[in-house]
Design a protein around this ligand. Structure first.
Ligand SMILES: C[S@@+](CC[C@H](N)C(=O)[O-])C[C@H]1O[C@@H](n2cnc3c(N)ncnc32)[C@H](O)[C@@H]1O
Length: 333
């Protein structure tokens, strides 16, 4: 059986450095200071995230897997997909459940993982290519903000299942989320379906514990952003002089991860020729992770021209997967 394995890279090193320079300049000269979470994910950061997914406190991955274990066949039957596109695929560990179910329908032709982390994408695409020799794997290295339009289109309008797992949608702030969903919807054809993983609102103690593990893996992941800036922009962040914090903000319904400067310090960012002062106890936000309800997911899908047709949760109601399609399509009930 013929199979192909290709990787298409849209993020060249210079563009990526320009974008990091811009984010660091904007983020470190704003008040309060903030850095965007995509800079966690160099190879080391992606490996740390993979360890987070196995922590006792970090329930989202386990819960999402439980839903996929029970619903993948139904998802495969409803989507009839010939092509599976995964946004922010990372190591694509849970994707096996969908690939197995879709392969059984006999219709699946190709898998298209999309991620900003090139090394992780290359490794996961190579592994998937070995596991599924009859499916062609076409990886795309790109940034959600700039490169979604470069995703390959469906052949002859054949159905695609576009998936965005892990609750990563929660890392966008409301306006960015709507812009992202609008882009996804505008790239969809009438036979396409969109499977979205969202973490659900729950008690504050459990939410905060999920981002404050006892082994300090999340702390190492959070501080990795400083190492990335040090390495890529010749900065001198004293990583040990920042504490990891995670707390729930009820008003915004999100967990925020922060780095708190343990003392007054001056950081030099060589590549930008600037120095940045941190006061003692000053906090810099590095990630938000929004927690949803069925209503908030439905409303945001509606707002971007997508119609929610299925809503599945794990038995504990911790996490949800939703399936949607274009409002003017009749593919799903
Ligand atoms: C929270 S992890 C989820 C990984 C995987 N989907 C899962 O469910 O375990 C987020 C993933 O999105 C990728 N990512 C983060 N920001 C991105 C961006 N701006 N563009 C493309 N991928 C991005 C990261 O490299 C990482 O693999």
């Amino acid at each position: 059986m013929s199979t192909s394995f290709t990787i298409e890279v849209h993020t060249d090193k210079e563009d990526s450095l320009d974008s990091l320079r811009e984010d660091v300049l904007t983020g470190l000269t704003s008040q309060p200071k903030e850095l965007p979470p995509k800079w966690f994910y160099d190879k080391h950061g992606s490996d740390l995230f993979e360890r987070i997914t196995r922590l006792d406190e970090y329930y989202p991955t386990r819960r999402e897997r439980e839903i996929l274990e029970t619903r993948s066949q139904e998802i495969a039957a409803l989507s009839q997909a010939e092509s599976l596109v995964e946004l922010g695929s990372g190591t694509a560990k849970k994707t096996h459940l969908l690939l197995n179910a879709l392969e059984k329908t006999g219709q699946l032709q190709e898998f298209i993982p999309f991620d900003v982390s090139e090394k992780t994408l290359r490794e996961s695409a190579a592994l998937l290519n070995q596991h599924y020799p009859s499916i062609s794997v076409h990886g795309v290295v790109g940034d959600f903000q700039h490169h979604l339009p470069f995703l390959p289109q469906s052949q002859n309008n054949s159905p695609r299942l576009i998936v965005f797992l892990g609750g990563t949608i929660g890392n966008f702030k409301p306006k960015e989320r709507i812009a992202f969903l609008n882009q996804v919807a505008s790239g969809m054809k009438p036979k396409d379906t969109f499977l979205l993983g969202t973490d659900l609102l729950k008690n504050k103690a459990r939410l905060e514990a999920a981002y404050n593990d006892k082994e300090n893996i999340t702390a190492a992941f959070n501080k990795n952003i400083l190492r990335v800036v040090n390495r890529e922009l010749q900065a001198d962040f004293a990583v040990e002089a920042f504490d990891h914090l995670a707390r729930f903000d009820q008003k915004n319904s999100w967990i925020e991860m922060l780095l708190r400067s343990t003392r007054h310090q001056t950081v030099h960012i060589g590549a930008l020729g600037i120095k940045v002062e941190f006061a003692a106890n000053e906090e810099m936000r590095t990630e938000v992770s929004t927690k949803f309800t069925q209503e908030t997911v439905k409303n945001e899908l509606d707002e971007t021209g997508l119609k929610l047709s299925e809503w599945w949760t794990d038995p504990a109601d911790d996490f949800a997967l939703s399936l949607s399609h274009l409002c003017n399509s009749t593919i799903l009930r």
